[in-house]
Design a protein around this ligand. Structure first.
Ligand SMILES: [Zn+2]
Ligand SMILES: [Zn+2]
Length: 213
């Protein structure tokens, strides 16, 4: 599938204190993740309204060097749902999710939450700027057999392959740095909050179950 050559995408948290821009490559995968962790994260932020009707969070995957926070970077905060979980970055001012990364600064990967993208809501404008949606992934345990639920990628191998290509290519081009999330020495710019098991369970209890069709 031919994807449009994207230019600069403005980023803005809900309150406007944190701003920046992203320059995803034309091949940046755009997907919707329905996994439990992504849903727990939105509930942690008390931003459930940013998910679609089926608990999906829209993400645009790119390398950290393609993300720049030009204003309000002091609002950066980070949470991990478990000691080994992804680093989930957000804007402290208004709890807008920013991006998910691995815990290592050496990984050329960041999944930017499209909730941070400052674009008109209409689908046409978004498709032009962000490229077409590649897939809906994860969450099959909750959604399979549910009437009206969106179709999820059965074996998201292609999604994984695309993410790997992004990571390997990005690393070869040195695009793991500079990063808005890790300093030159590879240390996270803010110390992540790590949730306890009971905190995580509390969030998990908020996830919906759907009647099977
Ligand atoms: Zn804000
Ligand atoms: Zn997820």
């Amino acid at each position: 599938m031919k994807r449009p050559v994207t230019t600069e995408i403005p980023l803005r948290c809900t309150c406007g204190a944190l701003r920046g821009r992203a320059r995803p490559s034309p091949r940046s995968p755009r997907l919707i993740c329905h996994c439990d962790d992504c849903q727990c994260y939105m509930h942690f932020l008390e931003r459930g309204e940013l998910m679609d009707d089926w608990g999906g969070s829209e993400v645009l995957q790119m390398t950290p060097a393609r993300i720049e926070l030009s204003q309000g970077a002091d609002q950066l905060a980070c949470v991990r749902l478990s000691p080994k979980g992804l680093m989930r970055w957000y804007a402290r001012c208004c709890s807008t999710p920013i991006a998910n990364t691995m815990a290592s600064a050496g990984m050329a990967f960041a999944g930017v939450l499209v909730a941070l993208v400052d674009l008109p809501a209409d689908a046409h404008t978004r498709d032009e700027a962000l490229g077409p949606m590649t897939a809906r992934v994860n969450g099959r345990a909750r959604l399979s057999g549910v009437q009206g639920a969106p179709k999820l990628a059965l074996f998201p191998l292609l999604t994984i392959a695309r993410a790997l290509r992004l990571m390997i290519g990005g690393k070869l081009r040195g695009e793991h740095q500079p990063s808005p999330f890790f300093d030159e020495g590879g240390a996270p710019r803010v110390t992540p909050q790590v949730l306890s098991e009971s905190e995580r369970d509390e969030l998990r209890a908020r996830l919906p179950t759907y009647p099977r069709g």
